[in-house]
Design a protein around this ligand. Sequence first.
Ligand code: MV4
Length: 449
Amino acid sequence: MFKKLLIANRGEISRRIGQVARGMGISTVAVYSDADADLPFVKEADEAVRLGPAPAKDSYLNIPAILEAAKKTGAQAVHPGYGFVSENAEFARACTEAGIAFVGPPPEAMLRMKDKSQARKLVAAAGVPVVPGTEDVVPDVGTAVSAAESIGYPVLCKAAGGGGGIGMAAAKDPAELEKVFRQCTDRAKAAFGREGVYLERYFSAPRHIEVQILGDHHGHLIHALERECSIQRRHQKVVEEAGSPLFADGKNPELAQKLFTAAVTAAKAFGYANAGTVEFLYSDGNVYFIEMNARLQVEHPVTELTTGLDLIGWQLRIAAGEPLTVRQEDVKRRGAALEFRIYAEDPVKFFPSPGPLKVFVPPTGEGVRLDAGYAEGNIVTPNYDPMIAKLIVSGATRTEAIERSIAALEQFRIEGIKTNIPLHLRILRDPAFRAGELDTRFLENHAKP
Ligand code: MV4
């Protein structure tokens, strides 16, 4: 096992990776920007190296500075967390070339899933169900209109270089598609420097279900069941859970099996290793692959709490070349878990709300875990994502997890900034949420103040 790990991230995920690593006898190196010097993840690390000024491009995205910090401290491995450099194949390659293990998938696998249109084609050829759509990027409006004729309207135009919903636009007829195709192409070029777009049939209110994957470098790859992440706002997840209410009490067993088989087949088609997530849409009784994420996800704790798997521990062992000794038949769900992303934002208007954490008293209780990036007295600056903590609550049943969540969120004391805790409580009290009736439009229609 590595003796020293550099964590190329910040906040709660840096802290969490550090805790797991130190618990495995690995010494940790935090890297930080000027804005973050006083945060817990810096203080708790065995060593800390300043990367640069607050802007991410000068600090957490500054690849030369990160590599320099790793070399200077003698770190044998780098864990990138999520966001920032986590899905950057060049960074992964630069680590390997410097003799430092990258805790993540092989760069070749990352590159195979980077172009979303190529990724679709690759997994479809392996037999994975994909949303009906074009096999490649669409070269011009005329081709788009004739392709849409056979896909059937409404269609969704997506940027091949994108992912996460950036640049997506739906069209209900050929006239709208002509407009949307140009718009989507222009946005793709502006956001990703590449103009390739592809078409899919548009589902108006799907559910978002994802499957956790773990694979080693010896040909063993398993899934660790599903998470449901349908409750989002502007492509930012708000509440995530394991398992999906779609499969509660043994419901839809054939569909669940189809989903897991599709996820494992997709991951193998990409030549995947380490921890990753395969994303699907559920609509009208079917699941469809949309993309794969080459990283540890924000919401990985709900999988950890319901399967007993130590995902970060496995990431480190796999990166060190150890075999994954967990067998597929050993992965069983016990209970349910919910994760609430606590954002520094107005709970009604959703404006960011940076400022000093004058009071920060997290809840305690049975099944309650808090992964926080900040402590009382810290200042939440506007430089990065507004997520300040994740409250993760588990129970023997979804209902028990919900009741415990309400108690925990009511107890959570935060003063100095506004947070979305009131929104979480509205969601938890919503009858549709409690019935497990979720879709990606949930917040448009429910949990209103
Ligand atoms: C879709 C879709 C409907 N139909 N694809 C948004 C993020 C990106 N990863 C995929 N997304 C969507 N793709 C088709 N063919 C609706 C969404 C979508 C969505 C998906 C998951 C979670 C929340 C969402 C919110 C709005 C739209």
